[in-house]
Design a protein around this ligand. Structure first.
Ligand code: CA
Length: 204
């Protein structure tokens, strides 16, 4: 899953990016509204975390613009503005959720998971394929009830593949949803990951 964080406060942006990456998400960041709009319209994100008070284009305007495009991903507004009327305005522009600063990172994560689930399969917290199972909440992967230890990136890749079981996924799709903007499309890193994990799952 690939997320975009639009946040002009560098420390907060770095904190959110680090935390989300530790959970296996690919994360890009934008430091102002225009950059956020550019990235959101040129990449295929699964979810956007959006600050409201931003230079160049504020979050509400950005959200409104994104909502004109029906394929826009879920948007979670994250802001210091905690007036009821600000919340209402945010939700009315088409945001899916609203979290006020200061926030508990665990809560942001839970909301991210909830919205990604809604987008994909409602209430699914576990994927299964044959004797392979992947738990989205505990990040535990088991084959035939034996745990398979995976790195965060391996887990993210497997999650993407299991979420698209039975479908053809291209290298570009994988790169766009599992890696961030710094991914080098000329590298063979996806092939390395797939063949690396394939050695233990050659039957699937
Ligand atoms: Ca701000």
């Amino acid at each position: 899953m690939r997320l975009l964080v639009v946040e002009d406060e560098k420390k907060i942006a770095a904190f959110i990016r680090r935390g989300l990456r530790e959970e296996g998400y690919a994360v890009d960041t934008a430091a102002d509204g225009e950059e956020g709009h550019f990235l959101a319209t040129t990449n295929d994100y699964d979810l956007i975390v959006l600050d409201l008070m931003l230079p160049k284009m504020d979050g509400l305007n950005l959200c409104r613009k994104l909502r004109r495009d029906k394929a826009s991903p879920p948007v979670i507004i994250l802001t210091a503005k905690d007036d009821v009327k600000d919340k209402v305005a945010g939700l009315d522009t088409g945001a899916d959720d609203y979290l006020t600063k200061p926030f508990a990172f665990e809560e942001l994560l839970a909301r991210v998971r909830a919205h990604l689930r809604k987008k994909n399969e409602p209430a699914a917290t576990r994927y299964r394929a044959g004797d392979l199972s992947l738990d989205l909440l505990t990040h535990r992967v088991e084959r035939d009830r034996k745990e398979i230890p995976l790195t965060a990136k391996e887990f993210a890749l497997l999650e993407y593949l299991m979420n698209h079981a039975g479908e053809v996924v291209t290298r570009t799709m994988i790169a766009e949803h599992v890696w961030d903007i710094h991914f080098d499309s000329c590298s063979n890193v996806i092939d390395v990951y797939i063949s690396g994990s394939g050695s233990s799952s050659s039957t699937s």
